[in-house]
Ligand binder design. Structure first.
Ligand SMILES: C[S@@+](CC[C@H](N)C(=O)[O-])C[C@H]1O[C@@H](n2cnc3c(N)ncnc32)[C@H](O)[C@@H]1O
Length: 194
């Protein structure tokens, strides 16, 4: 079996099983554009990726990458905080990715923060179609990263198990605070409990 290697590869592996041609999906933190490009190829020309970042550099780098790979048409890029993602979504999405922390090769002081991350994840769960999934990769190694991961764990562990499957994991034998991984599946068939 091939090595999974890291949380980012795990997230992509799960996404590649979930996302179909024609789907609408979210990249909540486009950064350098690598995850956006990955999702754009999965949804194809009939699909849609809505990608967010608060940094102008991230939007510019992602635009250039998508253009160079012929994938710009199926992506809408928004320089906006991901807490506002609901205002861009009309009919729900089948999947969403959050890759937290700072932009690789960019300004390390511009990072995701616990309050916005927890709010944005919960807002994305609201617009996720039944059967849809969400992945989050978090980085406990940088200042504030451990607190962000803890805040997310505290929020997600209270999701009702009749409606959501929630997994949290990490590689426990890797050095230097390896990334952590969250997976949430909004169940297709659930019973409302009153
Ligand atoms: C680890 S990087 C994302 C990596 C990216 N997915 C890639 O493939 O390169 C995290 C990104 O989140 C962005 N970010 C931080 N806070 C944000 C927020 N509230 N809303 C949207 N993006 C945010 C940062 O600007 C940074 O580019």
């Amino acid at each position: 079996m091939d090595a999974i290697c890291n949380a980012t590869r795990l997230a992509r592996s799960i996404m590649s099983r979930q996302v179909k041609k024609g789907d609408t999906v979210i990249d909540a933190t486009c950064g350098t554009g690598q995850d956006t490009l990955f999702l754009a190829r999965l949804v194809g020309q009939d699909g849609r990726v809505l990608a967010f970042d608060i940094q102008e550099k991230a939007i510019k780098d992602t635009t250039e990458l998508l253009y160079s790979q012929g994938c710009l048409d199926q992506v809408a890029l928004f320089r906006d905080n991901h807490i506002n993602l609901q205002s861009y979504i009309k009919n729900g999405v089948s999947a969403g990715m959050f890759n937290l922390g700072y932009m690789p090769g960019g300004d390390h002081s511009i990072i995701t923060n616990p309050f916005d991350t927890v709010l944005a994840v919960n807002r994305l769960l609201e617009v996720l179609q039944p059967g849809g999934i969400l992945t989050v990769v978090s980085y406990p190694g940088h200042p504030g990263g451990e607190e962000e991961s803890a805040a997310l764990q505290a929020s997600l562990k209270d999701l009702p198990q009749q409606r959501f499957e929630v997994l949290f994991t990490r590689f426990i034998n890797q050095v230097n605070h390896p990334p952590q991984f969250f997976y949430i599946n909004k169940l297709i068939n659930y019973q409302e409990v009153y």
